[in-house]
Design a protein around this ligand. Structure first.
Ligand code: IMP
Length: 193
């Protein structure tokens, strides 16, 4: 069981921890929340942001760490809010994004997630996931966090916020990235980070 060695998840977002532990439980991996804001470099690349933060955290804490950076990229807004998703959610929120898109027919959007894992024995490794979908016409649902009430994954009718947690995991960018991480870590012979 990989959870014998604890992996620190550097985040102050409890929703992310809950989702990550639910997704990783199938691999026998459990993350321990390390409630600190990750060190964030100025970059448009989620991967670069996650890599740098994981590298710095592992160096400081001398322990296996996992960092996740995610964002919502809306085609009609040329990829906005992208790496600024957290700030945009805190300021204009879902309502503000819906206003920016009012009267715009193209609702295509992608959620992206970059995960960086750094440990003394396995070094720095990265994993990515995406969820293609559309921005709904109005807010729907109570579950989840962030932009969940306005994102509908491709081929579905419900927003992430209307789905059961496991249903969101199946379609989500975080689900894809963390499943890639989970199977990679499980494949390591010692299975010990
Ligand atoms: P960060 O990764 O902490 O920089 O934050 C990314 C931001 O993107 C979050 O604060 C949310 O607003 C949004 N976001 C990322 N993933 C999700 C998700 O699964 N559902 C809804 N919003 C998300």
């Amino acid at each position: 069981m990989i959870s014998m060695v604890s992996i620190l998840f550097i985040t102050s977002n409890e929703h992310k921890v809950e989702e990550a532990n639910r997704i990783l439980s199938q691999f026998g991996i459990q993350l321990e929340m390390f409630p600190q804001k990750k060190i964030e470099i100025q970059s448009k690349s989620l991967l670069k942001i996650a890599k740098y933060a994981a590298h710095m955290a592992a160096k400081r804490l001398k322990s296996p760490v996992l960092v996740e950076d995610s964002g919502l990229f809306i085609r009609a807004l040329k990829g906005f809010p992208g790496p600024f998703s957290s700030y945009i959610h805190e300021t204009i929120g879902c309502e503000g994004v819906l206003k920016l898109l009012s009267g715009i027919e193209d609702r295509y959007a992608v959620f992206k997630c970059a995960v960086a894992f750094c440990s003394p024995s396995l070094g720095l490794n990265t994993f990515q996931g995406r969820s293609i979908g559309r921005i709904s016409l109005n807010m729907r649902g109570q579950a989840g966090f962030g932009f969940d009430p306005i994102f509908v994954p491709h081929g579905e009718e419900l927003t992430f916020a209307e789905m059961l947690p496991e249903q969101k995991d199946r379609f989500s960018h975080r689900g894809a990235a963390l499943r890639a991480f989970g199977s990679w870590l499980s494949s390591k012979s010692m299975a010990k980070p």
